[in-house]
Design a protein around this ligand. Structure first.
Ligand code: CAA
Length: 261
């Protein structure tokens, strides 16, 4: 039912506990216009509210994850237009999704496409993936977090190189730099991503959400505060039935059955 009404994305549930959002504007290489932003954030929020969804895969096509924000939509805008609309701020809604998000990137992930992938919790790349922040070639700069998330992911030198020259970086370089966690042959990308999502969906949901909160905190705070935050969350897992089940299952040498409570 969640697919109804969307025109720029497809939403389905290909595996138990796993939902998939597929960007689907093939003629524009999945350029991210206002409609895509509205649909992706609405679909992700709806899936996030559904307790049967334990992980969400976000993907595009073989040619393009997304070739950036929609340049044709932005071209006529004035400063007042983009400032008044707080252009791109709506994408922040995706970072408030608590269900683990797995980006599966094949082909172009440029500008807003790279930034969208970096908003996800796990980033998997096909060997065909090409990442970049080419905004400078248009006389603008990244606007969906690229200068911040790319710098945190790959460090200052490479972030400056990519953002100042607009060059693209292939999957190998992206993995070496720490932007992506795995490279997969293009033909296997979606299967691999769904497998990762299924595995995460099979974990205790409270534990999975807590671990994303703890890792994300590393980018927001000092080591002392982050380690304390982690330890308090760790303590709180002992309030869950899943901690009892997980540890009992280990001791009894059987697989755990998590109930997400
Ligand atoms: N916005 C709007 N339309 C786009 C687009 C974009 N970002 N990227 C591609 N398209 C459109 C093209 O205009 C073309 O449409 P027409 O057939 O109507 O001409 C169609 O998609 C196919 O694209 P190409 O013919 O260019 O395909 P290609 O294979 O020759 O080249 C490409 C692929 C190198 C990715 C090239 O399309 C390209 O350079 N795209 C723009 C990349 C870019 O600059 N992205 C950053 C956008 S700004 C941004 O994202 C701001 C931000 O921080 C959020």
């Amino acid at each position: 039912p969640e697919s109804t009404g969307y025109e720029t994305i497809l939403v389905d549930r290909p595996r138990p506990g796993v939902a998939r959002i597929t960007l689907n504007r093939p003629k524009a290489l999945n350029a991210l216009n206002l409609q895509v932003m509205g649909e992706v954030t609405a679909a992700a929020a709806e899936l996030d509210r559904d307790p049967s969804v334990g992980a969400i895969v976000l993907t595009g096509s073989a040619k393009a994850f997304a070739a950036g924000a929609d340049i044709k939509e932005m071209q006529p805008k004035s400063f007042s237009d983009v400032y008044a609309a707080d252009w791109f701020a709506g994408w922040d809604a995706l970072t408030r999704v608590r269900t683990p998000l797995i980006a599966a990137v094949a082909g172009y992930a440029l500008g807003g496409g790279c930034e969208l992938a970096m908003m996800c919790d796990v980033l998997l790349a096909a060997d065909t993936a090409k990442f970049g922040q080419p905004e400078i070639t248009l006389g603008v700069i990244p606007g969906m977090g690229g200068s911040q998330r790319l710098t945190r992911a790959v460090g200052k030198a490479k972030a400056m190189d990519l953002c100042l020259t607009g060059r693209t970086m292939g999957a190998d370089e992206a993995e070496r730099a720490g932007l992506v966690s795995r490279i997969v042959p293009a033909a296997d990308l979606v299967d691999e991503a769904l497998g990762v999502a299924e595995k995460i969906a099979g974990m205790s949901t409270p534990a999975a959400v807590m671990v994303t909160e703890a890792v994300d905190r590393a980018f927001e705070t000092t080591l002392t505060e982050g380690v304390l935050f982690e330890r308090r969350l760790f303590h709180s897992t002992f309030a869950t039935a899943d901690q009892k089940e997980g540890m009992a299952a280990f001791v009894e040498k059987r697989p755990p059955i998590f109930r997400d409570v």
